[in-house]
Design a protein around this ligand. Sequence first.
Ligand code: SF4
Ligand code: SF4
Length: 290
Amino acid sequence: MAKKWNLIVDVARCDNCRLCFLAVKDEYVGNDFPGYSAAQPTHGHTWLDIRRKERGAYPLLEARFMPVMCNHCDAAPCIEAARDGAVRKRADGIVIIDPEKARGQKQIVDACPYGAVYWNEERQIPQAWPFDAQLLDAGWTRIRGEQSCPMDVYRTLKVEDEEMQRIRVEEGLEVLNPELETRPRVYYKNLHVMTRCFVGGSVVEQVDGVEECAAGVEVVLSQGGREVGRATTDTFGEFKIDGLEPGSTGYELEAAGSTGRLTMQVDLGEDSRYLGVLRLTAPSPRFREP
Ligand code: SF4
Ligand code: SF4
């Protein structure tokens, strides 16, 4: 079976430095690659973009970032929408919008459900990131984004599809909008930081009449009697349980430390929740061991 190109993007590692974005600009703005892509205009196109998401609330607040680009789908709607073979899938998996044949075919922009295709008004052509095919064909083994990234977010892989499926399962990779059934070749690791929610809080306890951060407290989150997450509070008494479905409800949160415990009901909205300062309550004296 033929080896094909794939890209793995580890969302948890991206810190929004935007060096990959600049690398794509450097590669394509003002540069024609006949047979691959026409020059990207100076303004208005983001063939590789960085999406942002804020999660939680102060003090458990985090910003997450996710690079997005053409997914080089195996069942690509842009190919179906194109006339005269203006968009083609190469044997190595890469999707190329032919800069000559695609002239005037604005419907290709509209056909992409990911918004990855941009219209070049001056040249009247649709354009998208061509997986740096001009470089890979010249012997490169990594895309420019991977070369420029200081955080090892990207992994460019040329493997057989069976091997890619094995890696996908082994590493828990996901694709964007699988319900579209476009079969992307760009896979995401730790996508939950963009698509799912967390609950967190700051646990405190009474020590000699003084309120202190409660470190090392076991916090368990259950739903319908089934445990769905667990965490241990850090030095500041803070905990975070991630990977929860947005809008899900009916959770019970239990925290138990050496000085007391607490139980509370939790519902999620569309975003992550900081539950505030949670106080452990010492057990009633009549229940204490003699
Ligand atoms: S992401 Fe859009 S432009 Fe890229 S292959 Fe898929 S449908 Fe086509
Ligand atoms: S270079 Fe790496 S860390 Fe910087 S924005 Fe791109 S993917 Fe994120």
